[in-house]
Design a protein around this ligand. Structure first.
Ligand SMILES: [Fe+2]
Ligand SMILES: [Fe+2]
Length: 257
């Protein structure tokens, strides 16, 4: 399925043109723009393996998002939206490279968490063709990556990681903006039933992924309660982002927690 909004010379198309120009201008170097003379610095209450595990999930998220961008690139018509996607692909590859390099210093990349793995697989096979996958990646996967980054910076006050995350967050802000403009237009063209079906699918995807993360992690009730709260906050965050692009539960059904 091909989506194009370039033919509509409206405000959205202008904003996409500006975003593509920002994407071009915002490319940075994984080797030169980060001060690799520094080593990771972990606080005493975080083990090397805990840090390695958490940052590896960010690495896997970046790799999966890059794969999704590659797939979507082949389906977009030439124009500003395709340019944005091409710069996003370059960004995600650079992010994965930088996290990989940081992880080398912690002992290498740890395997993907089971919940994340099944969520990423399901996200790639959404309803409404590539639009579903785009919603899942743009809103849920990238939203989670940003949340995890914020949490990590709070708990791992490592200057090197902070510098990495600052550069990455700048790129991610462009990706979020791209998704918001592109998806708002593309979703508006769908019948309301398809839009609420898409909302339900994203919600189920989130529920399953967060449920399995909770089931696999610590049995310690205090840790579980913190994690449950963190996950609950996640859904509210994604729900607001879905609402902004025009996805909400079917009228009269309210919104499930
Ligand atoms: Fe990224
Ligand atoms: Fe991104």
């Amino acid at each position: 399925m091909e989506h194009s909004i370039e033919s509509e010379p409206g405000e959205a198309a202008q904003r996409l043109l500006r975003l593509a120009a920002n994407g071009r201008a915002g490319q940075w170097s994984a080797t030169q723009d980060i001060d690799w003379r520094r080593d990771p610095r972990l606080p005493i209450w975080v083990t090397r393996d805990q840090a390695r595990f958490a940052i590896s999930q960010l690495y896997h998220g970046e790799m999966a998002t890059a794969g999704m961008c590659r797939k979507l690139l082949s389906e977009l018509e030439a124009g500003a939206a395709r340019d944005c996607m091409a710069f996003q692909l370059a960004d995600e590859m650079r992010h994965a490279e930088v996290y990989g390099r940081y992880l080398d210093r912690l002992g290498g990349i740890a395997p993907m968490e089971g919940g994340l793995e099944s969520a990423l697989e399901a996200a790639a096979e959404g309803p409404a063709g590539t639009l579903g996958a785009m919603v899942a990646f743009n809103v849920v996967v990238e939203g989670e990556v940003l949340r995890l980054q914020d949490t990590l910076v709070e708990f791992l006050p490592c200057p090197l990681l902070k510098q990495i995350n600052r550069l990455i967050a700048r790129d991610e802000a462009r990706h979020v903006a791209f998704g918001r403009i592109y998806l708002t237009q593309a979703l508006a063209a769908l019948p309301p039933e398809d839009r609420s079906r898409l909302y339900d699918w994203v919600h189920a995807l989130w529920h399953e992924a967060s449920g399995s993360t909770l089931a696999r992690r610590s049995r310690n009730p205090a840790v579980r309660s913190v994690l449950r709260k963190w996950l609950g906050k996640g859904w509210r965050h994604h729900q607001a982002a879905l609402d902004r692009i025009g996805l909400k539960p079917a009228p009269g059904r309210g919104s499930p927690e």
